[in-house]
Design a binder for this molecule. Structure first.
Ligand SMILES: CC(C)(COP(=O)(O)OP(=O)(O)OC[C@H]1O[C@@H](n2cnc3c(N)ncnc32)[C@H](O)[C@@H]1OP(=O)(O)O)[C@@H](O)C(=O)NCCC(=O)NCCS
Length: 175
């Protein structure tokens, strides 16, 4: 699918208070506001983990947030659920992802996505889940995820999933 190595000069770190979170602007207020005011707080409460991609200058080029969640059996297509119990099923959630306007168009978004999916894949060896789910904030975000083979959950056009089978196949290809 996509390479996972960031260009020279970029480094990925777990979000910290010192990172200039309020200077991040990706074109979506919701994505900016999450980083500015919620990401660190949620991380401290052990609700989610946010990784920021830093430029040499220390500015935030991009970020993503991962969490765990559940979806109902009936939200997923039969090809995934055919041998699964009829109850809530565990999923990894790619809750937020964004790239700062100043560095959009350089392929950092797909690199962050690939990195987040690699993290899910590694975590999946210890904590099992049936899919990675994302909430697309608008049609453009949805198109972005669909580009990488995420598919809509049944009856929830703004929630997309990437099955654990897809994840394994992708990671075997790029391993
Ligand atoms: C969506 C976003 C993460 C893309 O990041 P980016 O680093 O600017 O991505 P790029 O423009 O370099 O695009 C890389 C590839 O993805 C494709 N792409 C980018 N945005 C896309 C979109 N909205 N729909 C479909 N494909 C898209 C590009 O065409 C490009 O493909 P190519 O390499 O074959 O030419 C970024 O625009 C952003 O932060 N948007 C606002 C927040 C947001 O929508 N977040 C996602 C949901 S939370």
């Amino acid at each position: 699918m996509i390479l996972q190595t960031f260009p020279p000069g970029y480094r990925l770190e777990a979000v910290r208070r010192e990172h200039p979170r309020k200077d991040f602007h990706c074109g979506s207020d919701a994505v900016d506001d999450w980083l500015a005011s919620k990401a660190l707080q949620n991380q401290e409460k052990r609700l989610s983990v946010t990784k920021v991609l830093l430029e040499r200058s220390g500015g935030i080029a991009g970020y993503y947030t991962l969490a765990v969640g559940q979806v109902d059996f009936s939200d997923l297509p039969a090809e995934i659920t055919k041998r699964l119990p009829r109850r809530n099923l565990p999923v990894a959630v790619l809750a937020w992802l964004g790239v700062n306007k100043s560095v959009q168009g350089k392929g950092l978004g797909p690199l962050l996505l690939a990195h987040a999916l690699r993290g899910c894949y590694e975590a999946g060896k210890i904590f099992a889940f049936v899919a990675v789910v994302v909430d697309a904030i608008d049609d453009s975000a949805k198109a972005f995820y669909k580009r990488w083979d995420f598919r809509e959950l049944l009856g929830q056009p703004n929630r997309l999933f990437f099955s654990s089978k897809q994840l394994e196949a992708m990671m075997e290809v790029v391993a």
